[in-house]
Design a protein around this ligand. Structure first.
Ligand code: NHR
Ligand code: GAR
Length: 220
C-alpha cells in the first residue's frame, strides 16, 4: 500500500463533488485524506457535508479582501500550512491569479462542466443548449493561468435530450462528474498522472488534447 495522499478541496457551493471525494476516501477507492475544505462563501452547503464527515473547514470570504492578490495570498498560506499533495477545485467560483496558479503548478486540478475546449468560463449548460448542441459533458484539467485552458486529464460526454433545460442537463453531467473526478484524483494519488512540460501524462504516455475519453470504455 502506498502512503495516503493529502488533499485540500476548494468549494463555493453545494459540494456534491466534495461528497464524491468524501465517499471515495471512506470507501478506500481513493487512497487519500481530505486535510481541509475551504469555501469562499460562508453559506456553501458543502461546508455542512464536510462537517458531517468530520473534515476540517475554513471560510475565506473574498469580500474581506481589497484585491484578488490579497485573497489569493491568504488562500495560498492556508493551503501551504496543510502541506497537501493535491489542491482540488470542486465548484470553486473565483478566478485565481497567475501567482497562485504557478505556485501550485502540477498540483492544482479543476472540473469544468463542458467538453473543453468548448465553453470555458461560466453558464456552460445554457450555452450548449442555446447552440443546439446534441451532446454536453465535463472535463477534468490541470489548472494553468489560462482560464479553463490547462491540459485536460479526462472527459465524459452525455447526450442532450429533447426538452432539456439547464437543470436537467446539469444533473446528467453531475452524475458523470462524481465518477470521473475521483478517478482522475486516484490516478494522481497513485503517481500514474503527472503534469510534465504543460502536458498531462498518464502511465508515462501523453494524453490526447481532450484527455482520457471516459465514455469510450464505459457505455459505448
Ligand atoms: N483560475 C485560473 N487561473 N485558471 C483556471 O482554469 C481556473 C481558475 C479558477 C477557477 C474554475 C472555473 C470553471 O471550471 C476555475 C478555473 C470561476 C469563473 C468566474 O468567472 C470562471 C471559471 C471558473 C470559475 N468567476 C467569477 C470571478 O470574477 C465570479 C463568478 C461568481 O462568483 O459567480 O472570479 O468554470
Ligand atoms: C459542478 O457542475 C462543477 O463542474 C461546476 O460547478 C458545479 C459544482 O457542483 N464548476 C464550475 O462551474 C466551476 N466554475 P458541486 O458544488 O455540487 O460540486
Amino acid at each position: 500500500m502506498t502512503v495516503k495522499r493529502r488533499l485540500v478541496i476548494l468549494i463555493s457551493g453545494g459540494g456534491s463533488n466534495l461528497q464524491a471525494f468524501i465517499n471515495a476516501c471512506n470507501n478506500r477507492m481513493l487512497n487519500a485524506e481530505i486535510a481541509l475544505v475551504i469555501s469562499n462563501k460562508a453559506n456553501a452547503y458543502g461546508l455542512e457535508r464536510a462537517a458531517q464527515a468530520n473534515v476540517p473547514t475554513l471560510i475565506i470570504d473574498h469580500h474581506a479582501f481589497t484585491s484578488r492578490e490579497a485573497f489569493d495570498a491568504e488562500l495560498l498560506q492556508q493551503i501551504d500550512a496543510r502541506q497537501p499533495d493535491l489542491v482540488i477545485l470542486a465548484g470553486f467560483m473565483r478566478i485565481l491569479t497567475e501567482g497562485f496558479v504557478n505556485h501550485f503548478k502540477g498540483r492544482l486540478i479543476n472540473i469544468h462542466p463542458s467538453l473543453l475546449p468548448k465553453y470555458p468560463g461560466l453558464n456552460t449548460h445554457r450555452r450548449a443548449l442555446e447552440a443546439g448542441d446534441t451532446e454536453a459533458g465535463v472535463t477534468v484539467h490541470f489548472v494553468t493561468e489560462e482560464l479553463d485552458g490547462g491540459p485536460a486529464v479526462i472527459q465524459a460526454k452525455v447526450p442532450i435530450e429533447k426538452g432539456d433545460n439547464e437543470d436537467s442537463l446539469a444533473k446528467r453531467v453531475l452524475t458523470q462528474e462524481h465518477i470521473i473526478y475521483p478517478l482522475a484524483v486516484q490516478w494522481y494519488c497513485e503517481g500514474r498522472l503527472v503534469l510534465e512540460n504543460d502536458q498531462s501524462i498518464l502511465d508515462g504516455k501523453h494524453l490526447p488534447a481532450t484527455g482520457f475519453a471516459y465514455n469510450e470504455i464505459n457505455n459505448c
